[in-house]
Design a protein around this ligand. Sequence first.
Ligand SMILES: Nc1ncnc2c1ncn2[C@@H]1O[C@H](COP(=O)(O)OP(=O)(O)OP(=O)(O)O)[C@@H](O)[C@H]1O
Ligand SMILES: [Mg+2]
Length: 698
Amino acid sequence: MTTSRRSDEPTASAATPTRARAPAKKPAASPYHLRISRLTVDKLGVKLYDKASAVVAELIANSYDADAKKVTVRVPLNVQLASKAGGTLCDLGYVIEVEDDGHGMTPEEAIDFYLRVGADRRTRVGQDGGRSRKLKRPVMGRKGIGKLAPFGICRRIEVWSAGGRKTTAGYAVTHFFMDFDKIVRDDDDAVPLEVGSDDRGWSKTSGTRIRLTSFLAKRVPDKETFLRQLAVRFTFARPDFSIYVADLANAKAELLKVDPLDIPLLPDTRIDLVSRPVFDDDGTMLPVSGWLGMAREAYKNEEMMGVRIYARGKIVGMTRDFNQPAGFTGEFAMRSYLVGHVEAEWLDLDEGDDLVRTDRQDILWDSDYGQLMRRWGAELIKEIARRSREPRRIRVRDEFMRKSRIEERARQRFGDKQVALVAVDLAKKFGGFAAEDELNDDIYVEDLSQIILSVAPHQALMEAFHEFANQITKGEASLDQMLDIFKKAQIAELASYAQIAAQRVRVINDLQEIIDRSMDESQFQALIAKAPWLIEPSWTVITKNQSLKSFKHAFERYWKSEHGTEVTLAIGHEDKRPDFTLVSIDGLLHIVEIKKAGHLFDDTDFNRLLNYVDAFTRFFDENSRTVSEFYRGWQIDLIADGENVRQMSNKLAFEQVKSTGKLKRTPWNDFLTRAKKVHEQFLDIHELGAERRGGHRA
Ligand SMILES: Nc1ncnc2c1ncn2[C@@H]1O[C@H](COP(=O)(O)OP(=O)(O)OP(=O)(O)O)[C@@H](O)[C@H]1O
Ligand SMILES: [Mg+2]
């Protein structure tokens, strides 16, 4: 290529000396002028070019349009281009250079074409501006602003180009500098440009070199990222055009070729777009090529996201949803996994409207063609969502299995293999229906795991019974098989109970922590009504029986007729503030009276209680049919932290009631500790271990 023709070979430090030479030229003599106001620069969205790759891509596009076969990008990779310590910008002497072997420009061409802002090259008089000069490539350029893109990241652009007709001396060289601060002013008077030392010289080969210096505090990403960022900007459809990157920050780095990205897809989700043209409202077919599909994995980087839309080999937009309004089916999955490469030449027709936004960030979705593409995309999204449902479910499931480590946890929690297997099975089923977007939330994953782990023993039990029933109906149940099933059922049942016991222990632990004097009695009554097993660990849901109900109503009526006042007995949790809570176990009726923590049971309390003792005694004597199920009689469980019964008669009576076993007082802590111990014992006896008990949480 052309680098050997010049005496001042570009180096990373060449920028400063070139600038130092500048005053030697008389600015007034410059043939080069640029006319552009600050307002125009803003409107053109130059600021949006804040990525080195995006800037370089514009220069590459220009090289392509100039029939270049090879473009070399020299850039310091993985560096901060300028420092901004303490708010002052400090240039670090870096250089970015884009050099091509295209047809270049003569000084006249530079003046006529390059130094015009916003001129559409495709409408140039006297030439086919829509096609490149020799290779007749459909050109990427259109807006006449690409050359200004570098001002998004730097303040000085050096243009060196050799072009025109080949003469005996070679190609005519144009060489000048564009300084942002000089050019971009509030008015739009033409500003003379600094002329370079090679200007009006000759070069043996044609081509252009654009050199950027005086950077803003932007970062050039690492090699992989930079290459990816460049790769997605072009389609590489042409075999006669290649882009190379040389890392200026690393002298030993080899020349890197920019190649298309490879994006792995979920099986069977790829749609080849050649067979899916867009149809205009009047039936005209608008050809499309490329593909759409669902990415196999969550994106590891921005460049692999979404669908990229190209026209003439250059990116014109990126979309994740073809601009669909929110709320379409499979939205989350589609937005996160939809990928594609859409080539639609009709988005950039010479004679058609310019459908790309001025700032080149996207296509104009509201234009006629934009609308067509939107509608077309919506259909395809639907189709891909449908095709990918199953593979997506599998992916979500696997993701859940991995994140929750449920296999390992099930094995740990359930000594029994059968139950652990059921848990894993359940996890696979539930996992597939997990909310994909929530899987990154640890709490969500943990909650779901807990549900699965607590349902597993019950499910295992059900399955064992089911199998048992099956064998019997088929008449195939041998005694051995039966024993086997019973064994399984027992294991499952045990695991199921262990689960319950473990939960209860956890609840008691929590209770012990929150019980304080601020809680009042009705809160405790409600607690007992909801968790009667606190009174009797062997309580199960089945125990809450009809006879308790009959007793409750009969006694409430009885009390009213005897005393003329209301009394409320609670069985389950009731709205009314109960006076007592009833729990019945194995023929013994527990009547639970609760005092708040720290309360001393005094004479008033006792006088009231004594009335009830009397009433319960008489009721039991007089209503033998109603109370027949409580063959072990009744007892009052008084939960109160201390006693302060002063009156002598009360003191004696209190002792006496206690000695009959009709009244048992337990302080809060003893009460809870006892309940806990029983459950823990259950867990220990069945070697269900501390972890499962959940009693030793960190
Ligand atoms: N590397 C190059 N080699 C030869 N000519 C070039 C080169 N770069 C720019 N030019 C000339 O300068 C003109 C202006 O370039 P610029 O990028 O600003 O506009 P464009 O490419 O026409 O349109 P767009 O703004 O859409 O890129 C080009 O049309 C072309 O004639
Ligand atoms: Mg251009």
